[in-house]
Structure formats: C-alpha cells, structure tokens
Ligand binder design. Sequence first.
Ligand SMILES: [Mg+2]
Length: 283
Amino acid sequence: MKRFVLSAVLVFASAGCAARSSAPATAPAATTATHENLHAVLWMQTALEFEASAIQAYRLAQLQLDAALADPGWTAAIEQQGDASKLPPAVIVDVDETVLDNSYYQARLIRDNGVFASDTWDSWVAEGRATAVPGALEFSREAAKKGVTVFYVSNRTANLEEPTRRNLAGLGFPLGDGVDTVLVRGERPEWSASGKGPRRAFIARNYRILMLIGDDLGDFVVDAAGTPAERQSRAAAQSDWWGRRWIMIPNPTYGSWERAIVGGAKDPVAARRAALKYQSPDR
Ligand SMILES: [Mg+2]
C-alpha cells in the first residue's frame, strides 16, 4: 500500500514537471505573479514609515499655516496676481493620495493582475471607501477652524464630483459653507485638461492661497510632464517653497514622476531599469 502511494506520488510529480516544462511561456500563475506596484503599495499600506512621513508633512503644514496667516504678502500659488492681502485665506489640497488613500484600489489591481482603467476606478470611487491619509483630516479641520477655506482640486472627472464629496464628508473633511470647494477636471470647459493652473487661478481671484499640498509635481506647477531633468527645472524657481508654502506627500505608487520614465515606452520594465543610476567609476 505504502509503495503504491509512493509511486502514485512520483507519477503525479513527474506529470506535473512534464506539464510545466511543456507549458507555453504565458503569464505566471496568480499566486506567483509579480506586479510592478506590489512593493510600493505594501509600503503605503503597512509601513509605519509612510504613516509617519504623512503625519510629519501635515504637522509641518499646520506650523506654516500660522506663519502664512500672519504675513499678508504670503502666497503659495504661482497663479496669484496682484495684491491679495485683503482676500480671505485658502489652502489647496489635492485629493488622491494627498487627503484620500486609494491604496485599496491599487491592491485590487495587484490581486487581479490588472492595470488602471476608468471603469474599475469609477466604481471604486462610487463605493466611497477611501480612507483619510494620516494627518490630512487634522490639518484640514484645524485650517477650517482658523477661518481658512480648504479647496480640493482633483483630476477625478466631473462624473465623480458627488461621490468624492460624499467620501470626504463621510470622513469629516470640511467642505466650505455654500462654496463649491471640490474642483474636479472637466467641471467647467476651461478645466478639461489635467493641468491644475486654471483652477488655482480661479481660486486665486477670490482667495489668498496660503499653501498647496499634493503628492505630484502637477499639484504645484503648471506642467509636470517631461523628462526627470525637465521636471527638476519646472520647480527650480520655487525651490525655497518646499516645506514652507508647498508640502509634498510621498507617493511611490503612481504619478507624473513615473510617466516621466515609462510614458510611451514599448517595454516599461526595460525603461525603468534603464533609468536606474549606478554611480560607477567607469561611467
Ligand atoms: Mg494625487
């Protein structure tokens, strides 16, 4: 009996080997599949190091808010024109991966070996299950308490404005009394592009913008596209503003930083590897 079991195991084992070696080289089985975003999403979801980074960014923002309120000449927006000293104060925050954590959507893509698509994204947003990025709620409430209007400027599309507002309200984010503070892409014809400059300019007409908070260069400058070197130059004139008027939340999972490397590449993995730096003496 024992011998039979053993030979049966051997037969099955070798059958398995034969099957594996003759299998076509297609996508690996789901349980062993790797996903380009696995490591980054794990860091955002499980590392105390991410949580602490976000909290310290928002605490720094709270400190700077007092300095900004006390200085009537202070503005954080390139788009602010003329004398803004008499205008009521506002801050502009981005939504995704700045105040709302969508890492759960990213985790689903990893589980399903999928990529971003507007249908799956829209249903995730409609669920309203995004949680608050650590520190974001405390900062936003503190700003509102000090009479600072918080504007949420997002590249979510116009059809997602209401579910976005519901998600933010459900978490307790301040949503401006009687003022539309959620400004999404395409909400007005002149806001159809992803660039947020026109929306910042719109806010700057009626408010003094004290601070910008985001997870992407595009949350601060007019154009975040280009090579990594070009992106460096886009914010060079305002380099003094980081940590003072501009606060960046770390997001290793996606963004214009990554499009700068893989955008349009036939082989994204090769493009990523080619962008690595080695500091080799012979190069
Ligand atoms: Mg974002």
